[in-house]
Design a binder for this molecule. Structure first.
Ligand code: ZN
Length: 739
């Protein structure tokens, strides 16, 4: 049957016959089952050529994978590995040029096969790669295959492009569209689907963001899949982006919106990457090709709005955070101003500052100062517009409500239709045909259940809708806008949105007076306005409160002072009630004295410590243990009644105390005192000797600051020391004779 059977040697038969199967795509696998069967038939061929059944192996994990590159094809890699390891005696393939569709992959395989003496066998014959003729033949076949593929692709692409240019190439349609019997693109005849798609665009108009659309569909399902195999599920953020960016909804026919490029990764693997192409580079764009859900202008507006909310693109959407003008405030130099926080307060700072390119006019201002001025201007601006705003809001709310219930109503209608149809089918069924009747009855029941569910959902939606306010009531609400603005339930983000609805941008400019701030406003209507405001806000306690504090301060403590200030209706500079701490701060700031700490016959703790000659800690310890009676004065200072009997008791306790010496307040050395080293130097001995003398009482020492020892040398002690040194030297000089 095959040519070249003599090329098979015992060495080949001893090794494995690897049968490698692949088909380009799953469709090929499904539609060319015959070819797959033939590929499996190769195993029989291997057996016929002499391979033992145990040595025949089939690698078929690449069935259904495109052969264009080897990156994702485990089977091809395994094949290559087996050949490299020299385990394969022969490779079987239906058509060897189809083992790999890239000639680079194929030539790598063939090169390895030559080195490992592996035969390559296909339907046409047996190739020994050590033979130059066989090698040339296989190489040629590989290149022919690649050229054929290239021609096929370009012919196909050319035909597709030509059809696309006429708008006739049938492309997969997104949800909301279907092909009619004549092959024309029409809106999905299923009204629920069409309504859901239309509502996505309406929700975007209302909320201005893709997240807003997701939120609007939180309790609602969205169609997926194609018409005919429809599935319903959650509307995700990425899906919303896809819908908003898809020009098909604007009635346009587009071909070539994405391009696939092959990229080489670091490991040499090849991957296909699909990227969106800029609108100017789309292959085909035919506007007004079919009925749109939005107009082309709407499409462009959505695109612009989406681009504006992309932070990476330099646009600045409103964020959480208290700085109201964030994102729409500019410096006099023309740059954006950033928001910086310092000790809990927000500041607008020109970005040039951080770039070290600041000009003398560059601004830096407290966000609260700017925001207060801008908010005041905002309220002035909207006052005449209140009614207009209120009426616009009323209209929009009504429309939005209709949209929500419309979807639920359509779902009920559809369920009713399905139930009716199931009922008719059941009634039309011959009673004798019991099996069929039972199935139809079940379907009818299921239809009725679905109808009940849909009706319940509609009832739920109607129930949760609060009644719409009367127009008069709305006007009242609009008038309360300043109140709503400051309400704790209003988020900073809402305030920013409202501000941005009317205000285009703000610019901070230098004013002649450095204490003033000039704020330029550009309203969305095109009107401009300039505000001049104090740059700094001073926080001062009211003079009346200070006066009262001066009066009472010298006779009461901070707790009583705070209570008195609060009772008189005074508040701190920041508008809060006084507490002992803030009263204390006030006292300190205005240098208001405390009530005197001690009365006649009383001593403070430091005074008592000095009198007895102990440390402050010792006195505190005595008070704590109750050995000493004391009272705390208005400024929380201790006052100790100190009559002579108390003093005598203290002296006695101090004399008895064993810990007391540690507590003595350490005094710095006097001129008469010497350190250990100094004493040792004066006597001409080593310092350790001094320590010995302090221990045995020859010398007296006291501890000064840092616990250093200080010695007072009197003529007597010095003489005693010298005597001991001499005696010591004599003892040492006798030692050798003693030994
Ligand atoms: Zn600047």
């Amino acid at each position: 049957m095959m040519g070249g059977e003599q090329k098979i040697t015992a060495s080949h038969l001893d090794r494995t016959a690897v049968i490698y199967l692949r088909q380009s795509t799953l469709i090929q696998v499904r539609e060319h089952g015959e070819s797959t069967a033939r590929q499996y038939g190769l195993a029989g061929e291997a057996a016929r050529l002499g391979w033992a059944a145990a040595r025949i192996e089939v690698i078929d994990c690449d069935l259904g994978l495109s052969g264009r590159t080897a990156t994702h094809r485990e089977g091809f890699r395994e094949l290559l590995g087996r050949v490299c390891a020299g385990e394969a005696g022969a490779i079987f393939g239906l058509e060897i040029s189809r083992l790999a569709r890239s000639s680079a992959d194929l030539s790598r395989l063939l090169e390895v096969a030559r080195l490992t003496d592996t035969l390559v066998i296909d339907a046409d014959g047996i190739y020994d790669l050590a033979d130059i003729n066989d090698r040339l033949l296989l190489g040629l076949k590989g290149q022919m295959s690649e050229a054929e593929l290239h021609l096929l692709h370009s012919r196909l692409d050319g035909a597709r492009l030509a059809a696309a240019e006429r708008g006739e190439l049938r492309l997969p349609l997104p949800a909301g569209y279907a092909y009619d019997a004549a092959g024309q693109v029409v809106k999905d005849p299923d009204e629920e689907v069409a309504a859901a798609v239309a509502d996505v665009f309406a929700a975007f108009t209302a909320s201005g963001s893709a997240f807003g659309v997701v939120a609007a569909f939180a309790a609602r399902r969205f169609p997926g899949g194609r018409a005919g195999e429809r599935s319903w599920g959650r509307l995700t953020y990425s899906r919303v982006l896809g819908l908003l960016h898809n020009p098909v909804y604007a009635g346009a026919y587009v071909f070539g919106r994405h391009r696939t490029r092959q990229q080489v990764d670091a490991g040499g693997g090849v991957h296909a990457r699909t990227r969106a192409v800029a609108r100017g580079q789309w292959h085909v764009l035919i506007r007004d090709h079919h009925e749109g859900y939005i107009t082309w202008d709407d499409y462009l507006a959505i695109e612009a709005k989406m681009a504006a909310s992309q932070t990476s693109g330099g646009a600045r959407p409103p964020r959480e955070g208290s700085a109201l003008c964030q994102g729409i405030i500019y410096c006099a130099c023309g740059r954006h101003m950033g928001v910086h926080y310092h000790e809990g307060r927000a500041y607008y700072t020109c970005r040039a500052r951080s770039d070290r390119q600041a000009t003398p006019d560059c601004q830096h201002a407290s966000a609260a100062t700017v925001d207060d001025a801008v908010t005041k201007a905002l309220f002035t601006a909207i006052a005449p517009e209140e009614l207009t705003l209120a009426i616009a809001a009323a209209g929009e709310v009504t429309i939005r409500r209709q949209r929500v219930t419309r979807a639920a109503e359509l779902a009920v209608e559809r369920a009713r239709y399905q139930a009716d149809r199931a009922e008719r089918a059941f009634l039309a069924c011959e009673p004798e045909n019991r099996l069929v009747a039972r199935t139809l009855e079940t379907r009818w029941e299921a239809g009725l259940c679905e109808l009940a569910d849909a009706e319940a959902a509609l009832a739920d939606q109607l129930a949760v809708q609060a009644p719409l306010p009367e127009p008069g009531q709305l006007a009242e609400t609009a008038a309360q806008l300043p109140g709503l603005w400051h309400a704790p339930t209003t988020s900073d983000k809402d305030r920013k949105r409202l501000l941005r609805a009317l205000l285009g941008d703000t610019t901070l400019m230098p004013a002649g007076d450095p204490a003033k701030l000039r704020i330029g406003l550009r309203w969305k209507t095109g009107a401009t306005e300039e505000l001049l405001t104090e740059r700094y806000r001073y926080f001062r306690t009211s003079p009346a409160a200070v006066d009262l504090a001066r009066q009472l301060g010298p006779s009461v403590n901070n707790t009583d002072l705070a209570a008195a200030l609060n009772t008189a209706g005074h508040r701190t500079a920041h508008g809060r009630p006084f507490d002992p701490d803030s009263a204390g701060n006030l006292r300190q700031y205005y240098k208001i004295s405390y009530p005197p700490a001690t009365r006649d016959g009383e001593l403070t703790i430091p005074q008592a410590a000095a009198r007895i000659g102990v440390s402050v800690q010792t006195i505190k310890y005595w008070i704590g243990r109750g050995y000493l009676t004391a009272r705390q004065g208005p400024s929380r200072q201790w006052a100790i009644p100190f009559p002579p009997d108390v003093e005598a008791a203290c002296r006695e306790r101090a004399a008895r105390s064993i810990h007391q010496h540690k507590d003595i307040t350490r005094q710095p050395p006097t001129d008469d005192e010497c350190s250990i080293t100094e004493t040792a130097g004066r006597l001409g001995i080593n310092p350790p000797r001094i320590y010995t003398w302090i221990k045995d009482g020859t010398l007296t020492a006291r501890r000064g600051p840092g616990a250093r020892l200080w010695i007072t040398l009197t003529p007597e002690t010095e003489a005693e020391c010298r005597k001991q040194i001499e005696a010591g030297t004599a003892t040492r000089s006798l030692k050798p004779s003693n030994a």
